[in-house]
Design a protein around this ligand. Structure first.
Ligand code: HEC
Length: 105
């Protein structure tokens, strides 16, 4: 096996790991930030990004990643509060995760 081939494989593997992380979850943009700020004024782009990341990394290990659209904006706060201890989220992480869920719901 020659070197350029090996480095192509490494690059491909790396980009799958890097870009392949839950591409289907809605991304955070300035529109979602503006709409969530109406009800959750503390939200920031960074916090929403962190919430999205937490959702992707902590909420799919016991069951599949729940679809955001499968629960209403009224149900989500209770579900997140119920699941937060299971996912070992602290209060800041719980808030960021819920901010993100509601910003894309
Ligand atoms: C330690 C395991 C575990 C982790 C981590 C976990 N859950 Fe759960 N989740 C459960 C269990 C157990 C149930 C209850 C299933 C039942 O009784 O139907 C559940 C149920 C749910 C439900 C309701 C099921 C439905 O009908 O849609 C939602 C929504 C949910 N979890 C979201 C989340 C979210 C969001 C996170 C991340 C914050 C999360 N879960 C992390 C174990 C976990």
């Amino acid at each position: 096996m020659n070197r350029p081939f090996l480095s192509k494989i490494l690059w491909a593997t790396g980009s799958i790991l890097f870009f392949g992380c839950s591409p289907t979850l809605p991304r955070v943009d300035s529109t979602s930030l503006l709409s969530i700020r109406a009800t959750r004024p503390w939200a920031t782009i960074e916090g929403l990004g962190e919430g999205r990341h937490l959702y992707a990394s902590r909420c799919g290990s016991c069951h599949g990643l729940p679809k955001i659209s499968s629960h209403s904006p009224e149900e989500w706060p209770h579900l997140v509060e119920w699941m937060a201890p299971k996912a070992k989220l602290d209060t800041t992480q719980t808030r960021q995760l819920l901010d993100w869920v509601l910003s894309v719901r």
